[in-house]
Ligand binder design. Sequence first.
Ligand SMILES: NC(=O)c1ccc[n+]([C@@H]2O[C@H](COP(=O)([O-])OP(=O)(O)OC[C@H]3O[C@@H](n4cnc5c(N)ncnc54)[C@H](O)[C@@H]3O)[C@@H](O)[C@H]2O)c1
Ligand SMILES: [Zn+2]
Length: 381
Amino acid sequence: MSRNSQPAERSLTVPLESRSYPIRIGLGNLQDAGSEIARRTKATQAVVITVPEVGRRYGAKLARSLKDAGMRPHRIEVPDGDASKNLRQVKRLYNALIDVGADRSSAVIALGGGMVGDLAGFAAASYLRGVPFVQVPTTLLGMIDSSIGGKVGVNLARGKNLVGAFHQPRLVWIDADTLVTLPARQRAAGFAEIVKAAALWDAEFFGDLERDVDDVLSLQPEALLATLQRACEIKVEIVARDEREAGVRKLLNLGHTLGHAVEALHGYKKVLHGEAVAMGMAFAARRSEQLELAPEGTADRVRALLERAGLRTELPDFPRADYLRAIGTDKKRRDQHIQFIALRRIGKAETVSLTPAQILPAGALPRRKKARPVKAAGRKR
Ligand SMILES: NC(=O)c1ccc[n+]([C@@H]2O[C@H](COP(=O)([O-])OP(=O)(O)OC[C@H]3O[C@@H](n4cnc5c(N)ncnc54)[C@H](O)[C@@H]3O)[C@@H](O)[C@H]2O)c1
Ligand SMILES: [Zn+2]
């Protein structure tokens, strides 16, 4: 597709008073990032933090753009995978930042998915008590969720995201063309968080997604940009009302109580975060109907849309006791009760305080497959 027939670039603002910042969404706009980064950070050097896979594909283009804008670019790579989101890598980043002489006139730029954004953002929040930070997300999840809102942090061996800070970026720069190289499975997982945003906030957008799901996942430019824009707007609206997650921002945890449990029960392997959220959301919608909070048919629409994106919606086959334990150790637990996010209808969510056993009563899980007889287990076919 020729460049001038492409839909126009979109721009929105995260309104947080003196910490307000723009989100710019385009196609093939990575080479233009440098001048805006220079303008927003006033930095003379730029330290790009990325993973090898993303650095190899997009690092040179971003570096050229930074150079053209008069900044000295550096690149630091961390190993791929959420296992890198830890304090050891943070320490490595501090040392690398010292090595390149980074000071408050240097910007830290996260180029990659949510893992890189959270890790680089945490380094930027704490190095010299905070240096300017820019998000250049290259996953669908990063674009519409993790790059917006200023939550940064790392995992500890004892739990995910237990250490962190709020450090708003100066700019979020989205080149949706980078999604071309993102594996389809990652694309679908990011789409789950888009469905989440629509389900909890905007019924009309949910309808748009039902119409456009195939076009979005095949990266048809119009549908993709419109969807990115609306999903970003929703996150922005929620963050602007509740920067520190005291109230409405909690609604973004729709599908995450069971989602986190599914991830934990899989030892954080095998299932992607968005895939687990899809299962958790389908469950939350069904449970909302059972609790007579949401009208009949709500859960079917949620499930059908997720399945059209190729996402699984049945909770995996673990014993109920394991689920209850996993829900109980969710860090959002408060006394015995948990803030469960329920749907009132498509486009509206609310927090209800429930115990793990109320969230997951006996019989709420699909019937377990019988364990195969020991005799047959080892037999080859
Ligand atoms: N801060 C927040 O508010 C927030 C919100 C949601 C999630 N998160 C965090 O985000 C992380 C998950 O983010 P994610 O789903 O983006 O995962 P990720 O960052 O691990 O990226 C997924 C995979 O995609 C690859 N990749 C990235 N961009 C690519 C591209 N354009 N082409 C090809 N491959 C590419 C990466 O190398 C990686 O293997 C988790 O650590 C989660 O805790 C944070
Ligand atoms: Zn999530």
